[in-house]
Design a protein around this ligand. Structure first.
Ligand code: AMP
Ligand code: MG
Length: 406
């Protein structure tokens, strides 16, 4: 057994440095939601494509309205009507107005628009009761997006806004990174699947489901590869098979130093390069991060809370990087501790909790359970607050760094 013990940041950097993005593929726009752009996407067109009306009204020459007022109404002849989708081919002459509908192009010559509600119209004429300046109520060409600007850099996750922007440029297909195929393995003689009959000494496998859901929330799908017994040969074979078919393998259980903890030994036997086998933090110190045949294997603790700690702090950033995301590290914020945390922290301690906003600052509320083995510790957790190594009890009101995990 090696002794690759690291501070969290060092462990993370080691792992991230070895993670590579997958190759790219071109997919139809309708399938692109949640995918990661492979390269910068530049605007092909100005948005809007032409000066347009933001409302239903009349377009005219602003200079015609100089002395218009309630007492001195201005009557203009309506030369044409321009609905959305039509294109005005005639130049609008001074002294005339064009009826214009929302989204329609402003006719040449016109430089201001009045909304219907502020006019009176009859028999081909419209009456205005106020003066306008050039540009009033006109949305100018390129005001929103201008041609050639980068609408989204490579590494951007295609969320609703980006999806819409890509569509507004008329792209019907996009080049994105391939999505990693993630395999999950559970390890432990004690494990049963929900639905199985309980026997003394056995427990239900909850890690599998917790990981699957957490991955889904991060935008990843995964496949459950099954549960293995605490048996070195079996684990070695499982891992070898898994890395031949999957881009990433996540396994829980068997990463500590017990007689039946075989994950690291199996990885070593299979010829893996083991980068990290302990992180100086609590919970989640026991883990095993390795590369087997170039495939990252994340060996997490069997203890649910510990597994999720290491998963969020190391596996998630690594998965984001592998999937091509430019922003792969967890967002870090400052939080104010709501209640005093009494225990000492010889090692860096990760606290799970929820956030509230009080007087403009983020306040951290500790989850009731924080133990390694707790299955409820992650309930409603939004952030992981960090108590630095060597701390005594930490008083309410203390400001701590925290990782955003949702
Ligand atoms: P291990 O990491 O194998 O030493 O397991 C640590 C603790 O986590 C033990 O109490 C196990 O029973 C429990 N455990 C292991 N795997 C799972 C799992 N898939 N779901 C829930 N608990 C587990
Ligand atoms: Mg075990």
């Amino acid at each position: 057994m090696k002794n690759n013990v690291f501070e969290l940041e060092d462990a993370l950097t080691l792992v991230l440095d070895r993670c590579r993005c997958l190759s790219t593929e071109v997919i139809p726009l309708e399938k692109a939601s949640g995918r990661v752009l492979a390269s910068d996407l530049n605007a092909r067109y100005d948005v809007p494509l032409f000066d347009k009306s933001p409302l239903d009204g009349y377009a005219f020459h602003a200079s015609d309205t100089k002395s218009a007022s309630r007492d001195n109404p201005l009557k203009l002849a309506v030369a044409e009507e321009i609905p959305a989708g039509a294109y005005p081919h005639k130049k609008l002459k001074k002294g005339y107005a064009a009826k214009i509908l929302t989204g329609a192009p402003v006719p040449e010559g016109a430089d201001a628009i009045v909304k219907f509600e502020d006019t009176e119209s009859s028999d081909g004429y419209v009456t205005l009761f106020q003066s306008f300046r050039s540009g009033d109520n006109i949305v100018h060409r390129g005001e929103d997006v201008s041609i050639n600007e980068i609408i989204a850099p490579g590494g951007t996750v295609i969320d609703a806004a980006v999806h819409g922007m890509i569509a507004s440029q008329g792209f019907s297909a996009v080049e994105v990174y391939k999505v990693p195929l993630i395999g999950i393995i559970s390890q432990g003689n004690e494990l049963l699947e929900p639905g199985d009959t309980l026997h003394p000494g056995k427990i239900y496998n909850s890690n599998r489901y917790m990981l699957t859901s957490a991955l889904k929330k991060e935008g990843f799908s995964s496949i459950y590869l099954g549960s293995v017994q605490d048996n070195l040969d079996e684990i070695t074979n499982y891992l070898q098979d898994a890395v031949s078919m999957y881009d990433v393998v996540i396994m829980t259980g068997g990463v500590s130093v017990g007689t039946y903890d075989f994950t690291e030994a199996a990885l070593e036997r299979a010829g893996a390069d083991i980068l990290v086998d302990k992180v100086k933090m609590k919970p989640g110190s026991s883990c095993c991060m390795a590369f087997l045949n170039g495939v990252p294997v994340f060996g997490l603790s069997g203890n649910p809370s510990a597994a999720m700690t290491t998963f969020h702090l190391i596996t998630v950033p690594a998965l984001r990087k592998i999937s091509g995301q430019a922003e792969y590290r967890l967002q870090k914020i400052s939080v104010r501790l709501a209640e005093t945390f009494k225990k000492k922290s010889p090692n860096m301690r990760i606290l799970k909790g929820r956030l509230s906003l009080e007087n403009g600052s983020a306040v951290f509320h500790l989850n009731q359970h924080q133990e390694n083995g707790s299955v409820s510790a992650m309930k409603n957790a939004e952030v992981f607050a960090v108590i630095p190594a060597g701390s005594g009890s930490v008083h309410s009101g203390t400001v701590l760094d925290a990782y955003v995990i949702s």
